[in-house]
Design a binder for this molecule. Structure first.
Ligand code: AHM
Ligand code: MG
Length: 318
């Protein structure tokens, strides 16, 4: 049973999941709290701006991207429960140090989503998903190239006007806020997608949209499906969080010429799609379920449509 005002450890005690998984979730939570403190003080501590490095995505690395990435890798390694990690910031699989070859869990993450919003104090966030390893070879990428429907837990933390962490398993999806000492306290439980009419799309890409996407967005604006409003933060994690609580649909279509999208299947789309599935929502790449896509490489980018079931069926039937 989930009670409002429980702390995370009481909440996890009541979940029917392995104790090693509970440990990993707790460490992600305490790491997110440390990241939120670093963000809060970033302007004073000279933590805004770029490191001068270019990451695997070909993007300039922000100092806070690096800080969040290093903290997650270090703290997850020290649990001794993680077999391998994968990060949006790192080209290949990450072997924990200290290493535990007998550990069973795989953790993948986007350490700080919404990098372009860091310097302007707009909401950013950490996204993660947890899997079981598929074999005992730490050099085998197939441990990370798992379909999203194999995830056993996923979540995110938004660093916004307040810091909110979402933890999702098949059993429950709940949200937590950190108290003064950094202890996560439940604020919402048994979450299901809201039903307000919002669409979140970067419409500056209009000339690259397919005829179906154009038809769909035009129909939302026309009012035939009700009165819609547009909200686009430019941080996926923030747009998803708002749509999950209030309702709506987020989309970042693939470029029809290449079939390649902007968002990363393993680090961004799968974790949020897993949460959507657990909360009366659904995610697709425009045709098929995101959670059924077998990743071909660690940094694969896909088209992405995610929202409550009603909005997703309006898109499908456009
Ligand atoms: P990031 O992980 O480097 O921050 O990139 C992903 C971000 C998403 O958070 C957001 O939805 C999207 O990129 C915004 O892209 P655009 O500026 O093209 O709208
Ligand atoms: Mg991202």
């Amino acid at each position: 049973m989930v009670n409002r005002n429980q702390n995370l450890s009481e909440y996890l005690n009541n979940l029917d999941i392995e104790s090693d998984l509970k440990k990993i979730i707790s460490v992600i939570s305490s790491t997110c709290y440390k990241i939120s403190e670093a963000i809060r003080l970033s302007n004073i501590n000279n933590l805004l701006g770029k490191t001068g490095e270019i990451n695997i995505q070909g993007e300039q690395v922000e100092k806070l991207d690096e800080l969040a990435n290093n903290l997650l890798i270090k703290n997850l390694s020290e649990t001794g429960k993680v077999f391998l990690m994968g990060s949006e910031e790192i080209e290949s699989v990450i072997i924990p140090n200290p290493n535990n070859k007998n550990a069973e869990f795989i953790v993948v993450f986007d350490p700080l989503d919404g990098s372009s919003n860091i310097d302007v104090s707009v909401t950013i966030g950490t996204i993660f998903a947890i899997y079981k390893r598929v074999n005992s070879d730490q050099n085998d990428e197939s441990n990370l190239l798992q379909e999203g429907n194999k995830a056993i837990a996923a979540g995110y933390t938004v660093y916004g006007s307040s810091t909110v962490m979402c933890i999702s398993t098949k059993e429950d999806t709940s949200m937590f806020s950190f108290d003064k000492k950094g202890c996560p306290i439940i604020t919402n439980s048994k979450i299901i997608h809201g039903n307000s009419k919002v669409y979140s799309v970067n419409e500056s890409n209009w000339n690259k949209f397919t005829e179906k996407d154009k038809r769909w967005i035009t129909s939302l604006k026309s009012g035939v499906n009700g009165k819609y409003t547009a909200r686009y933060v430019g941080s996926l994690v923030a747009d998803f969080h708002r749509n999950l609580l209030k309702g709506g649909i987020f989309s970042y279509p693939a470029d029809p010429k290449t079939g390649i999208g902007r968002l990363r299947l393993i680090y961004e789309c799968n974790p949020l799609s897993f949460i959507a599935k657990n909360t009366n929502g659904y995610a697709s790449d425009g045709e098929k379920s995101i959670l059924e896509i077998k990743p071909e490489n660690l940094h694969q980018r896909v088209g992405f449509y995610i929202g409550n079931n009603i909005e997703m069926s309006i898109y499908k039937n456009s």
